[in-house]
Design a binder for this molecule. Structure first.
Ligand code: NI
Length: 429
């Protein structure tokens, strides 16, 4: 009996062991199943991807518009709840929201580099490029790029000419009307439009004192100072400067391509007038000597006269880099001693505006316009604000009337007169 009992117990134990083994097996399988599930889960998580679209809007502006503001629209597709940073809870949606606020986003356009004061932006087409800031680019490099894709579409900026547009060789205003008899700057190049609005090509056009040569494309290929001997001319002359208004006067002359003669007084020529004197030379004006302290030269000795003239000539040479070519005695007073001593042609006048005592730009303007005639030498003072103010209107009006505004030397030359040292001249007709 005990033997039988032993066998029975043995069988029981074996059965028990088998049972445990089977349970272990189930458990292992279950663990394995969980493992597979979690691996699939992680894999799925790695694959969890989304795409952010950054689209830059196209823009059209005019050259003289203000600095454009570039607009980007941000959208996203895919699993935007995906956490890019688990700790802080920063999701793809948070990134989209940041980008929408402009954070982490930079927009660049080379149009800014073309801006020039007075000219605005340069005509043409420019790329508007959006890109992530360096900080965000780094974050993408460090891992975000596994989960988020960024797709950027650049924008296009078109800068239109402020004045209008070309229709073949005719330049039209934005209202559709041709612009006539004027300069137009298009894509940085100057063109001249004739009376029909067509750009001038393969020809020469006289404007003011300048003869412009245009090539077959309508670009200026050459300029030269040109005086038509058959057309009337006038010499505007300005005494006692340089003064506070001389530069303004030079700008008026430059604008209308006109020249004048400046009889300067040495005591008024200061170091800071260098720019003014250089401008006179640059735009073709003539430099004249008007003594140093403005005395009546007929009351001085020869050596005193020389001193009066030499100080002023030296100052002009120092600042302008060139010597004066004509002389005007103060008060127009000269005698035989002045004639023998000055060393310059003596330039007087035949039209005296009396501007030094009128105090009125209207009176000066009226006087100049009513008196002006071919061959005249007109006396004014650039030290008087009203005289310079009068010139803003007188210069274009005289040109419109067909007068060429020239220097004393030019007026003499085109009237066949060779200026002689010590000789007085009142006009050239
Ligand atoms: Ni004077």
């Amino acid at each position: 009996m005990p033997k039988e009992r032993n066998v029975l117990e043995k069988n029981n134990r074996r059965r028990e062991r088998k049972k445990i083994g089977r349970r272990m097996c189930y458990l292992l399988s279950f663990v394995l199943f969980l493992c597979i599930l979690s691996i699939i889960g992680i894999y799925k998580k790695v694959e969890a991807s989304s795409t952010i679209y950054i689209e830059t809007q196209d823009l059209i502006i005019y050259q003289d518009d203000k600095m454009p503001i570039f607009i980007t629209s941000i959208s996203a597709e895919g699993d935007t709840d995906y956490l890019l940073d688990v700790k802080s809870g920063y999701s793809v949606a948070s990134l989209v929201s940041d980008l929408n606020k402009g954070k982490g986003l930079e927009v660049e356009c080379t149009v800014y580099e073309t801006y020039q004061v007075g000219e605005g932006f340069q005509e043409g087409e420019y790329l508007i490029e959006a890109h992530l800031s360096e900080e965000y680019q780094q974050k993408f490099k460090e891992g975000w790029s596994k989960n988020v894709k960024i797709k950027i579409k650049d924008g296009n900026l078109k800068v239109l000419n402020t004045s209008g547009y070309w229709e073949d060789d005719i330049f039209l205003s934005w209202k559709g009307e041709p612009l006539t008899n004027q300069w137009i700057k298009s894509e940085g190049i100057l063109y001249y439009l004739d009376s029909t609005g067509t750009k001038v090509v393969d020809t020469q056009v006289q404007m003011g004192m300048t003869l412009y040569t245009f090539d077959s494309e309508g670009q200026v290929s050459g300029t030269e100072r040109h005086i038509d001997p058959d057309k009337p001319m006038i010499a505007l002359t300005f005494d006692d400067g340089p003064g506070d208004y001389t530069m303004e006067l030079l700008q008026v002359l430059e604008e209308y391509d006109a020249a004048a003669t400046f009889f300067m007084q040495g005591v008024n020529i200061q170091e800071n007038d260098r720019e003014t004197l250089l401008k006179m030379v640059e735009i073709g004006c003539e430099l004249g000597n008007h003594s140093t302290y403005h005395p009546d030269l007929t009351t001085l000795t020869a050596s005193e006269i020389e001193r009066e003239i030499n100080i002023t000539s030296a100052k002009i040479e120092e600042l302008a880099g060139t010597s004066p070519t004509v002389f005007r005695p103060p008060y127009g007073a000269w005698d035989s001693e002045v004639k023998e001593t000055v060393g310059f042609p003596i330039i007087l006048w035949n039209v005296d505006t009396l501007d030094w005592k009128t105090n009125s730009s209207e009176v000066v303007l009226e006087h100049v316009l009513s008196a002006a005639d071919d061959g005249d030498i007109i006396l004014m003072h650039d030290t008087k604000a009203w005289s310079v103010a009068a010139m803003i209107e007188a210069v274009p009006t005289l040109i419109e009337r067909g007068y060429q505004l020239v220097t004393i030397s030019e007026l003499a030359q085109y009237n066949g007169v060779e200026l002689e040292i010590g000789e007085p001249y009142y006009f050239f007709k």
